[in-house]
Every structure is written in C-alpha cells, then in structure tokens.
Design a protein. Structure first.
Lengths: 82, 221, 734, 82
C-alpha cells in the first residue's frame, strides 16, 4: 500500500524558508503571492494490507520520527486505490 | 573527570571536542551510537557534525538511536550533558531541552566568530566565566535559529535557563531572544550552537572556549 | 525468454559520432579489437578515449612539465600526487574540474565535484584535511550569474561541511567569457604516513575485485563524454544525466576505508569517478598489468533492469573499487556493512590482459586492456601562438579618477571585493587545525598533533593568460609561490586544473601550449614541481571560448608554525617596506580595465623567475629570523590595493610618505611583497636585503584609522571597508 | 485563492534523505517500509481570481524558482473551494 505524509509547520511558527521564497517570487516579478509556507512530503510503500493498521503505524512513525510535533503538524493519506 | 563522547554516523566534531576534553585533563571514551552500553562517566558529550547527514531534520535520527535512550536515562539521574551544535539539535529532538533549531534566517550556512554574552554562570560549564562577560566563540551551522513558543521562552527566562546569548547585533541566525545556548533548570544539561572546542587554544585564535572545558573539569570531576 | 539486448543495436556511423568518436578513432578501435565492437564495447571505448579520460589533446604537452624533486613521492598518474613533508608525513592532493555539471545544476554539480576530489585523495590512504576551490563566473549582471554563484557556493559548502573537512581558501573571478561556461575547480589536500600510501595498481591473478559504497543508478551516464563536448543551446536536453551527491554516505565511506586501510587487506584501490566502473577497473587492471573479469549481476543496483552498458558507464557517486588479498573478503565486508555500506565481490583478476564483462550469464564485452587504457590516439593539434602585445605606457595615460576614488572602485569591484559572502558559507574550522582560513594569502592548516603546518593556495590570473599565455602560465605558478612564501612556509609542489576552450582551434591550442610552457619554466625555476592535475577542454558556448584558465593549487610546509606571519597589520608603529621594484606596469591591470576602461589589449607584467625566487627566499628567511611581523604579496590592484588589504582586517591604518603616479600605485609588477617591520628589526632587515641584493624601499608607517599618502590621499578605513564588504552581499541580494 | 505545490524527485534520481529515513524507520522497528522518497510541499495564497491564470502563473513560478526541473517534478493543486 502506498502512503503520503504531509508535514507542515504549525501556525505561528516562523518559516524562514517560506519567507525567503515569498521575497524571491516578488523579486522575480510574481505579484500577489502571500503566506508562503514550505512543508515536507514523504511518500512510502507499506507492506500492510489493512488500512486502519497502516494508518496507526504511520501515526506512530510521525510521532516518533517523521514530524517534530513541537512545531509541525502531519497529515496522512493512504492511496489504497493502488 | 570521565567524559563519554557519543559518535553518530556523520558526527564530525567528535575528535575536536575530545582533544579539548583531554587537554583539560579529562579521560575520554568515544562511544559508538549503536552501542546500548554507556561507560560510567561524569559527562556525556554530543558533538557537532551532521549526524545521519542532517536528513529529515537535524538531530532527529540521532535522537532516536539506541544510545540516546541511555543518555536520556543517565541525564535523568543527574549526569551532566553537553550538546554542541548538532548535539544541541539532538538534545531538543530527544526532549532533554525545549524548543527547536530552525533553519538560519537567511537560509545560508554560516561559519564565523560570534560575540557571546555569558548569561548564566551557576552551571558546571560556565562558572569560570564572569556574569555578563563577552566572549568570542565561532558558529558553524545551517540550522541554529532557536525557536520556542512564548510560554517556553518565558519559562527559560524565569528559570534562568539561558546560558549564552549572541551579543547585540551579532545574532547570526535569527534565534529568538538572541539565544545561543540554553540549559535545563538544574544547569547540568547544556546545549549551545557555538563551538567552544574551536577556540580553545591561542594558535586557533583565542582561548575563550577553553574555560568551558576547564569549568566542567573542576565541577564534574 | 530474453529481452532485446542492447548489444543487438547495430553500430552505425551516427552511433559512433554520438559517442564522441571520430571515424578514424573508430577504425583504430576495430583494429585493436580485431572485429567491430558491440554496443557495450563501443560505450566503454568511448569513455576511455574521451578527452576527459585519455588526455588525447593534452598528453603531449603535459609530458613536458617537471614532475620530480626530492620531495616528490608520487607524481602525476595516480589518483593524486604525494609529497614528503618530513617526519614520515605525506601530503596528498589534487585539483579537479566540475565545470559542465555545475553549469547545468550548480548545487549538485559543485557538490559532486567536491565529493569526487575528496575520494581521489582518500583512496590513497590520506585523511582529507582541507578543501579549496577556484571559481569563475560570468559577468556579475548576467542573468544567470547570481543563480549559479548561489548554487555553486552552497553545493561546495553542503558537501564539504557535511563530511567535516574545512574549506580554507580559493579564488573567484567574474568575466563575460564565462557567461555560458562557468568554472568550478575543487582541490582537496589530505595527510597520510609515508609508509601507508595506497595505489591503484591491481596485482595477483585470482584476487577478488570488490565494489563498495553506494548503489549504482542511472546517474550521469555519459558524463565523461559530456565533459568533453562543447555546449550549445540544446544542452538543456542533456540534463537527466545530473548526479546527486550524498556527503553523508561519503563520510561513512571515508571512515570505512580508513578502517580497512589500517590492515593490510587491500592490494589496490581506486574511486569510481568519471566513467565509473569502467575507468576504475580498466585503470587498476592496466596498472597491475593483469586482466579483469567483472560479473555485473553482482553489482549493487538502485534501479531495476539496468543494462550492462548503463552499469558500466554510470557515474553514481560515493563508490569505490578495490582489489583485496584473497581470503580477506569477510573481514572487509564486516567493516563496510557495519558502516551501512554496500559491499560486493564483483569480479576477479585474470592473466589475460583483457577486460571481460559478464551480465545475465552472457559475455557482453571482451576487450584488450592496453588499448583501452592508453591506446587512445595522442594528438599533436595545430597551435598558433598568441601574438605578442605592446606594453601599456602609464605615463601616456591620463587618469580619470584621483587615487582615493580609484582605490574605492577597485576595492569595491567584482575582482577585489571581499569574498566573505562566500567563505562564511564554508565550515573553515572543523577538525580544529585551521590556523589561517580564508582571507589571508595562503591558508595554514596544522598537521594534527604536530608543530608543522601546510600552506595552501589556488591562483591564476586569466586575463594575463589571455594576453600572453607564456607569461600568464609563469605568473600563475609564481603567485602561488608568493602566497605560500608570504606566510613563511616553503613552497613544495603544485597541482593544476587546466581549463581551456576547444583544442581543435589552433589559437586555443596555442594558448594551452603557451600556458604550459610558462608553467613548466616557472616550476623548474622555483623548484615547485607538478604532482597531479586535471585538464578540462572544450569550455565554450556557441563557439566562444573562456579565457585560458590554468588554475594552480600550491602546497607548502611550515616546519615551525609559531613562526608563521599573517597578511594583516597587527600593530601601529611598524615600518612598511615594499620588496621588489615597482615600474608601474599597467598592461592587463585591474586599474586599466576598471578605472581607465582600456579595452585594447596590452602585455601583462613580465615575470622574472630569477628575481621571483630570490625574493621568495629572502622573505621566508626574514620571516624565519623573526624580522617580519606581517607580509602580503602584491597582486591584483597593485601596491595601493595590497596596502588597503593589510589595513582592513584589524583596522590599522598606514601613513605613506612617498609619492608616485597611478602606474606606481596600481601597476601590477610581479615579484613584490609588502612587509611590516618592527622598529628594532629594521637594521637587520635592511642589512640582509643589501647582502641578498634584494631591492627594498620603505614607504610608510602603520597606525591610525586611515590610509593616507602625503599630499595626495586620505581615506578612512571604514570607507574602504564599506566598499569592499558590500559588493558581494549587494550582488546576491543580502 | 489558496494553492499547494508538491515537488518530488524525478524517478531514478538518488534520494539520500529518503534512504536515510527508511533506514531510521527500520531501526525504530517499523518493518515493511519501502521506497521512501522525500519531497517538498509549498502552500501559498494567490491574489488571482481566475483559476486558469493562477495555474499558469504557478507553473511559471515552479519553472523559474520553486522546483529544480533538472531533477524534480512538480504538481499544482488549486484549492478553489476556499
Ligand atoms: N571561493 C573561495 N572560497 C574560499 N575562499 C576564497 C574564495 N575566493 C577567495 N577566497 C579567499 O579570499 C582571499 C582573497 O582571495 P584572492 O584575492 O584570490 O587572494 P590572492 O590575490 O592573495 O591570491 C584568499 O584568502 C582566498 O582564500
Ligand atoms: Mg595574495
């Protein structure tokens, strides 16, 4: 089963990369771009066949390693379709 | 003093800090990250570098390595811990210190001398410095921008946990409150971005860093 | 069932041309093989016979360089050069280009350049202790320049910082000739014990051939041929060949190799650089005069269904090939596995002098080794010498700006502005032995645990090389010699990275021949032999060549590091002397270009090698005697800029009491140094100069916060510093 | 209008981070995790009101700055709903 995890900074946490991207876009002449935030996306294959199990395991992976929950939120998507 | 320097794959200041510890008179054990046994020691040192390539988040994978369970347990029983640069990042990732080290404000790696103010001197690492003394110690990092929520920052201030700040106008990374290094409430766990081991002998430009190791030697032996 | 095999592909003249081989070269291959090569064999020949691997246009001229000396342990021909620095210690170093990949993808191109040169050094048993780089970008206002600067600098830092080797120096120029073809030259210096040096030669029929490091993917296939092909605007299509560096894995590979090297299990070792598995196995087997049999089914692959052709030509990074003592495989495997790296026995040595490659149970290539390794034709390409140019007469020129304005323009211009923006992105202090990092003349790196230091520098002045290749070649070597001498260290040997345009054009080939002629003469006169190097040709875009850029990497040693002197004024009240005569040579000077805006070419300042040597010997002796408190060589921007550079770091000014015209202050006469002498050392210094017949002149006194020339100029150091420090951050947007 | 851009490494391009994460997950005892690839996610607000225009501009931003098209692919999602 394939899964994708989206990790984004919590509201209120400063995002220097996002700010820098926003400035750079402005300098390149792209106007009207605001609130740029950069996050991570992690794609992986899981041996699991049960979606609920998979989701539980992914949550544990996020809590333990993939996200720093002091500053980051995560969202899990299972692409069961495939 | 017996000091254990924890070596993660990708650590690269392990030898540098061992040299300084030995020069201060300590007996140093290099401990490989995969080990679960930690020798008995008075000080545990998490050195600078790029543990696990700094992949995912700096320090995140090192914080989850087997030896860190032992380090956290020992810290809980009062063994002193010093985390320098990547070691500081590991300390925040494993929860021994609060907050996180985000990417530098200008997004570039920065390696240069910085002027620091010593903000806390009642710790085993800093008692040889004078209160509010200005010292010069180099930084070298891409993620040294200390961030914590307001409540945590207030607590750090309230409990006198800020050990070093960058002198006014010399903050190289955008850290909140100009924080360069913090301790836990007891003062026995210190995490700092600047590298005291890089300025611990005159030939390398100065000796301000040497006193940190000398302090530890006096108090932790 | 069998899938269509790549070797079923018919060999057509078009395919031969796509592989960068001429019809004549193809005929030679057929003759060597005794039959037509198949597709895989054609690929292997094409990379081994590429300009990059075979040096077919340059070999004839490289042979003329001096490569010997009592200090030389290993000259050109191995992964890196090795010199003796006394007490059983050896310095191992080399410089290499990664120009084309860095133009296509600046971060990864530069990063993998650094990774590659470090592997060259640590395969020889050395621990890398310092990196340097020589960079050339297009005009500052060209649309791609900032993007390329940012990417290259962070790529170099990203790799070197992570692996934990300090980047201690380098150089940067900007010129329109590099607009479409930047130069990224990386140098690595390592240390080993003289009795623990490892070579590439593979010996012992039956010995196992072992692959270690990362897995093989389809990275950079045809990178080696690409590096030898001219760019055109369609080169965007070559993009998928970009390799991605993994410094973390390289760090593990370094540690694992060092661990294995402390035993005697290794017979020969070679990194997989350009042309990967192919060139490493061919070179090892050829050097040991044996044959090799490779079983590609054993090669650790990252991707599925890779063809033998792809595996042989892949340039995936962070891989090594070794030949082990038979029976030591398990011990070696344990080490590499412990470091989390792939380890596989992929073949064995044979007595056939052939390279035989097996894949999926079939022999897919069977080729004679000698012709692969050194059968590529050696070309004596037609070359026409660059015509001599007249000198520029300083007296005949009126100066548009006064001295102070001229100084500010130069110090705040693209060539002389502070490179702090760059070097602060490099970890220059890790390993705890950097005595002098970026910003001085040569960097000084202590030999760990000793009282000795290495002195390291990279130098070349391309505009001199363009105007007069012979003088330019001499000057590049002389400037490296001077930078090292100015610290007090003894220059020992050089490496080089020879970046030129298309050698098939006689005037470009003439530049190459001229520069090498000049380099050779200087190396001989200064006892400064060449121990390693790299050639990068075809650096041109749409028919426009770069300036000839033979970058020199110089290495010296200082036996007592307490004797080292810096390049900045450290105290007030010192007498400042200039060593060497000043005639006011403005030809090819920065002043002529940036202040006088002269665009008619003129002769560069001549180099007098005998004087160069006498001045170097004198400066080192006086530093050794403790008479000199700081020393700086005079180069770009002439005397006045050199003075300003000595004032700025510690904000100690200088009052100059002599007068001169613009030629005097900004001329770039060679062989000169500025030194500061304490009052009580002046008599001894002057006496020694007289005895050595070295021309010296006292020009002023240090002190104050200004740089002044009596009756002619007063300018505050703050003002100079502002111009000097602001240029780069402004260019890069912060 | 809010938009999210997903940037991932092209197939075949080495992903050292993904590999390191995969190893770390294995060491933490999470089994059956394979082909971990790390990518980026960029969220931003656009002043545009026309979806087609917005998409064109975003494409230009990706080509010019956000993605390194030598080694990365990008995918644009418009959250017009909001
Ligand atoms: N790309 C670079 N990386 C690191 N250091 C650099 C780089 N470019 C220049 N520097 C440093 O800046 C200083 C001035 O460079 P340069 O003007 O080329 O010196 P010189 O004229 O003495 O050869 C030197 O110390 C050099 O090492
Ligand atoms: Mg110089």
């Amino acid at each position: 089963m394939k899964a994708t995890i989206y990790i984004s900074l919590k509201n209120g946490v400063l995002d220097p990369q996002g700010k820098a991207i926003e400035n750079a876009l402005g300098q390149l002449g792209f106007e009207g771009v605001d609130n740029v935030r950069q996050g991570k996306m992690i794609e992986l294959d899981l041996a699991d066949t049960d979606a609920a199990d998979a989701r539980n395991r992914l949550e544990a992976m996020c809590e333990k390693l993939l996200a720093n929950t002091v500053i980051e939120n995560f969202e899990i998507h299972l692409n069961d379709a495939e | 003093m017996r000091a254990a320097v924890i070596v993660f794959p990708g650590s690269n200041c392990d030898r540098d800090v061992a040299v300084c510890l030995e020069a201060a008179g300590a007996q140093v054990d290099m401990v490989w990250h995969g080990d679960t046994e930690l020798p008995s020691c008075d000080l545990m040192v998490l050195p600078g570098g790029f543990s696990y390539g700094d992949y995912l988040r700096c320090g995140s994978m090192a914080a989850n390595s087997p030896i860190m369970r032992e380090v956290v347990a020992r810290a809980g029983t009062g063994t002193a811990v010093l985390g320098i640069c990547n070691g500081f990042q590991v300390l925040t990732e494993c929860g021994l210190l609060p907050g996180v080290l985000m990417q530098n404000r200008n997004l570039n790696f920065v390696c240069r001398n910085t002027r620091l103010k010593v903000a806390r001197t009642d710790t085993p690492f800093t008692h040889l410095y004078a209160e509010a003394e200005e010292i010069i110690i180099p930084v070298a990092h891409n993620e040294g921008n200390y961030f914590a929520d307001d409540e945590t920052l207030k607590r750090l201030q309230g409990e006198n946990c800020i050990a070093f700040t960058y002198a006014a106008g010399d903050n190289p990374n955008g850290a909140c409150l100009d924080i360069a290094g913090i301790t836990d409430a007891s003062g026995r766990v210190l995490g700092m971005m600047p590298h005291p081991e890089r300025r611990a002998e005159a030939a390398l430009g100065g000796e301000d860093g040497r006193r940190l190791f000398a302090s530890a030697m006096e108090r932790l032996a | 069932m069998s899938a269509p095999h790549v070797n079923d592909t018919p060999i057509t003249p078009e395919l031969v041309a796509e592989h960068g081989l001429t019809p004549d070269e193809y005929e030679m291959i057929v003759a060597h093989m005794g039959r037509a090569p198949n597709f895989t064999e054609l690929g292997v020949f094409s990379v081994m016979w590429s300009e990059h691997c075979s040096y077919k246009s340059s070999r004839k001229w490289l042979k003329k360089l001096p490569v010997d000396g009592p200090q030389v342990i290993q000259g050109p021909g191995e992964n890196a050069g090795v010199i003796d620095i006394g007490d059983g210690d050896a310095a191992i170093f080399k410089m290499e280009s990664h120009n084309h990949p860095s133009f296509i993808e600046p971060y990864q191109g530069a990063a993998t350049g650094v990774g590659g040169i470090m592997r060259d050094v640590f395969t020889m048993g050395a621990r890398p202790v310092a990196n340097l780089n020589a960079l050339r970008f297009g005009q500052p206002d060209h649309k791609k320049t900032c993007h390329l600067v940012a990417g290259v600098v962070s790529g170099i830092g990203g790799y070197g910082n992570c692996i934990g080797v300090p980047t201690v120096g380098g150089e940067v120029n900007f010129d329109a000739s590099y607009n479409g073809n930047i130069l990224v030259n990386a140098m690595c210096v390592g240390l080993a014990r003289t009795d623990k040096i490892f070579y590439a030669a593979a010996t012992g029929v039956g010995s196992p051939v072992v692959y270690v490091g990362s897995k093989t993917g389809r990275d950079g296939i045809h990178g080696a041929t690409m590096a030898s092909a001219e760019f055109d605007d369609a080169s965007d299509e070559k993009r998928p060949t970009v390799q991605v560096g993994d410094p973390f894995t390289e760090k593990l590979l370094l540690e694992a190799c060092q661990e294995l090297m402390s035993s005697d299990a290794i017979i020969g070792i070679q990194d997989m650089g350009a042309a990967g598995l192919t060139s490493s196995s061919v070179e090892m087997a050829d050097k040991g005069n044996v044959g090799i049999r490779l079983d590609l089914d054993k090669v650790p692959c990252r991707e599925t269904h890779m063809s033998g052709y792809e595996m042989l030509l892949s340039e995936s990074q962070e891989r090594m090939l070794m030949v082990l003592q038979p029976g030591r495989e398990d011990e070696a495997a344990e080490i590499f596995h412990r470091w989390g790296l792939d380890f596989a026995v992929v073949g064995e040595l044979t007595d056939t002098n052939r390279m035989v490659v097996v894949h999926e149970g079939e022999i897919i290539a069977d080729m004679p080794l000698k012709p692969l390794a050194d059968g590529a034709p050696e070309y004596d390409r037609p070359h026409t010498a660059t015509p001599a140019l007249p000198a520029l007469d300083a007296q005949a020129l009126t100066h548009p700006l006064d001295l102070g304005e001229s100084l500010l323009r130069l110090m705040g211009g693209s060539e002389m502005a502070s490179r702090r923006w760059i070097w602060e992105q490099y970890d220059s202090m890790v390993m705890g032995d950097t005595l002098v990092g970026p910003g001085g003349d040569a960097a000084l790196v202590r030999v760990h645990g000793t009282n000795k230091a290495l002195a390291l520098t990279t130098d070349v002045t391309p505009r001199y090389c363009l105007a007069d290749p012979v003088m330019g070649g001499q000057q590049a070597v002389a400037e490296a010699y001077r930078n090292i001498s100015a610290t007090g260290a003894t220059p020992l040997a050089i490496t080089n990275c020879l970046n030129f345009g298309n050698p098939e054009r006689p005037e470009i080939m003439g530049q190459f021949v001229g520069c090498l002629d000049g380099m050779g003469a200087a190396c001989r006169a200064l006892d400064f032999p060449v121990v390693s190097g790299n050639v990068s040709l075809y650096n041109e875009t749409n028919g426009r060549g770069i300036m000839p850029t033979p970058a020199i990497g110089g290495v010296g040693v200082l036996d007592d590091l307490t004797k080292a002197v810096g390049s900045a004024f450290a105290n007030a009240g010192m007498s400042v002397y200039v060593i060497g005569e000043t005639h006011g040579a403005l030809g090819c000077s920065l002043y002529a270009r940036d202040v006088l805006a002269i665009d008619t070419p003129a002769a560069p300042p001549p180099v007098d090698l005998e004087r160069e040597r006498a001045h170097g010997d004198f400066v080192r002796a006086q530093i050794g005697a403790g008479h000199i408190s700081c020393a700086h060589d005079v180069s770009d921007g002439g005397l006045l800029c050199a003075l300003a550079e000595m004032c700025l770091p510690q904000k100690i000014g200088c009052a100059v009491e002599i007068s001169g015209d613009h030629g005097f202050w900004f001329g770039e006469d060679q062989g000169r140094y500025l030194v500061a002498i304490a009052p009580d050392a002046r008599a001894a210094f002057e006496k020694a100069a007289a005895e050595a017949h070295v021309h010296i002149a006292q020009i002023g006194l240090t002190g104050g916060a200004e740089l002044t020339i009596t009756d002619a100029m007063t300018i505050s150091l703050d003002e100079i510093a502002k111009a000097h420090e602001n240029w780069f951050p402004k260019l890069m947007g912060f």
